[in-house]
Design a protein around this ligand. Structure first.
Ligand code: BJW
Length: 238
């Protein structure tokens, strides 16, 4: 680890699970209560906008009552300590639409699947910070149209920031995946992209994921324990 300089960290729903935010897959996950096709595709939104807006309004309200856990806090600490060391870079790429990385103090975070706390106007294409509801079809603060949707990436839509993510992977020495099932692309493919580039890979997840076999190392356990432990290791050894 002594010559470790550039780190790319991918996070998924598992990192926020211990903050009380539901994951998607597995027992009790969001997709057990709602079919993906009914709430997380552009077709679902066209078919039944009220159902989709209600689903996201509920989750937008819920995340604002949740707090970062020791895993978010450890990553924020690593980011700050890393930034203080010359020539080192760290990027957090999250699939999560919550803001717990930022609320823990992390600054260099890309939300590849968007964020609950933005509304996107399909009329003027402007994104506005949004903490309230959308079911009541409020006006866009920019253009006044009643055409706001959640600023999240649904199946079949292009995830955000892909160029910056692939550029960071090309520069990385280490790719770390935390709390994600490896079921959704393109994020699920990053481990293979990283390996093809000769980047070392590490997985931290509650259980083995669909992608575990691709990682150089895979550690199992709750993020609130595994992440602070790994961050401590990195800061001690680098
Ligand atoms: C813990 C823990 C604890 C629990 N501690 N761990 C066939 C083959 C390949 C691809 C496709 C295909 N058919 C269609 C596709 C493409 C499609 C896709 O991947 N489909 C799959 C179902 C196969 N992908 C897309 O459509 C994407 N767009 C796209 O591909 O565009 C084209 C493109 C081409 C080339 C380059 C780039 C782009 C868009 C995907 C959008 C995903 N959107 C969602 C919803 C966001 C809004 C919302 O929140 O509602 O994003 S779906 C949902 O899944 C959400 C998540 O970000 C994403 C990933 O889930 P995540 O985070 O992994 O959560 P879980 O629940 O799956 O896993 C949690 C893990 O944590 C588990 O492993 C637990 O064990 C663990 N855990 N507690 C540590 N305490």
């Amino acid at each position: 680890m002594a010559d470790l300089r550039n780190i790319v960290i991918l996070t998924g729903a598992g990192i926020s699970a211990e903050s009380g935010i539901d994951t998607f897959r597995g027992g009790g996950g969001l997709w057990e209560q709602h079919r993906v096709e009914d709430v997380a595709t552009p077709e679902a939104f066209d078919r039944d906008p009220d159902l989709v807006q209600r689903f996201y309004d509920m989750r937008r309200e819920a995340i604002q009552t949740k707090q970062p856990n020791p895993a978010h806090e450890a990553l924020a600490r690593l980011e700050h300590e890393w930034a203080a060391r010359e020539g080192r870079r760290l990027l957090i790429v999250t699939q999560n639409v919550d803001d717990l990385h930022e609320r823990a103090g992390a600054e260099n975070v890309l939300h590849m699947h968007g964020t609950h706390l933005n509304a996107w106007c399909t009329q003027c294409d402007v994104r506005s910070r949004w903490t309230g509801t959308l079911i009541d079809r409020p006006e866009c603060p920019e253009c006044g149209a009643r055409a706001l949707r959640p600023d999240v990436v649904w199946f079949g839509e292009m995830p955000y920031e892909m160029e910056r993510i692939y550029a960071a992977l090309r520069e990385a020495d280490l790719f770390v995946s935390i709390g994600t099932s490896g079921a959704v692309y393109p994020a699920a493919g990053f481990v293979r992209d990283a390996k093809a580039l000769g980047v070392a890979t590490l997985e931290l997840n509650l259980e083995r994921s669909q992608g575990s076999n691709w990682f150089d190392e895979s550690r199992q356990g709750p993020a609130s324990a595994l992440v602070p432990e790994w961050v401590g290791e990195v800061l001690r050894k680098s």
